[in-house]
Design a protein around this ligand. Structure first.
Ligand code: C5J
Length: 229
C-alpha cells in the first residue's frame, strides 16, 4: 500500500490509515466548560472551546474513512486511590481533584464534568481511555490495545498542549509510534506555552514528532491513496 503523505513540520509525514489512530486527549467538560477543573485553576476556558469546530471536522473526516479513534479522559477513581498528594495538592485551585463542583466531583470518573463534551462524544466501537496521569500510556491499557490493532502512527488533538497532549506524545514516541500533532486542534490556557510545546516537539528533526494544520491532514485523507485500507 502506498502511504499517504502530507506537508508537515519539520518535513512531510507519511502514514496509512489502517495503521494509524486519531487520539483525542481530554476534551472533557472539566477542561472545556465553565465550572470545571480548568476554570477552578483560574483559567479562561473559552480559549480551549475555540478549537472544538476544527476537532469536530477532523473527527468527522476520520470516522468517514473508518479510521480508529481513541478518546482519553483525565479521570480518577472515586476513592482517589490513584491520585497521589503530589498531584492533588498542586497549585491553589478553588476546587481540588475529588471536590464537589458545579459538574460533580472534579476529575472523578463517571461524574458529569468528566464526560467528553457532546460535540466530540465517542461513538460505539471507539476506544475510551480513563487515565490517572497526564500521559495517556501511564497506568492504562492503551499501548496493548494499539499493538493488538496493528497501530504504528498516532495523530493527536486535544488539550492542553503542553500538559497532557505533550506528555502523551512523548510517551508514544518512546514506545515507537510516529506522532503527528494537529496544531489548530490543540490548545493551552497559555498561548505562549502552546507555541513552545508545538515548536519543541518538531525541533531537532521531529525529535518527538511532526506538526501540521488540520487542513493539510484532511486534504491528505481525500487523496486516492488514503482510501486504500
Ligand atoms: C491538565 C490536561 N492540564 N489534560 N490536564 O491538567 O492537560
Amino acid at each position: 500500500m502506498t502511504p499517504t503523505k502530507l506537508d508537515a513540520n519539520p518535513f512531510p509525514y507519511e502514514f496509512d490509515v489502517a495503521h494509524t489512530a486519531l487520539v483525542i486527549i481530554d476534551m472533557q467538560r472539566d477542561f472545556i466548560e465553565p465550572g470545571g477543573f480548568g476554570e477552578s485553576l483560574g483559567n479562561d476556558v473559552a480559549l480551549l472551546a475555540a478549537i472544538v469546530p476544527a476537532c469536530q471536522a477532523v473527527l468527522q473526516s476520520w470516522r468517514g474513512i473508518g479510521g480508529l479513534v481513541v478518546h482519553t479522559r483525565e479521570a480518577h477513581r472515586a476513592d482517589l486511590s490513584d491520585c497521589p498528594p503530589a498531584k492533588r495538592n498542586r497549585g491553589n485551585p478553588s476546587l481540588r481533584i475529588g471536590d464537589e463542583g458545579p459538574m460533580g466531583r472534579i476529575l472523578v470518573a463517571d461524574e458529569p464534568g468528566n464526560q467528553i463534551i457532546p460535540a466530540l462524544a465517542p461513538t460505539p466501537g471507539e476506544i475510551v481511555i480513563d487515565k490517572p496521569g497526564k500521559g495517556a500510556f501511564y497506568a492504562t491499557p492503551l499501548h496493548d490495545l494499539l499493538q493488538r490493532a496493528g497501530i504504528t502512527h498516532l495523530v493527536f488533538m486535544g488539550v492542553t498542549t503542553e500538559v497532557c497532549v505533550q506528555t502523551s506524545m512523548r510517551e508514544a514516541n518512546d514506545r515507537g509510534y510516529d506522532c503527528l500533532l494537529l496544531e489548530d486542534c490543540t490548545e493551552s490556557y497559555f498561548p505562549a506555552f502552546k507555541q513552545s510545546a508545538v515548536d519543541m516537539m518538531c525541533a531537532q528533526g521531529a525529535i518527538v514528532g511532526w506538526t501540521a494544520a488540520s487542513s493539510q491532514f484532511m486534504s491528505a485523507l481525500v487523496a486516492p491513496d488514503a482510501a486504500q485500507r
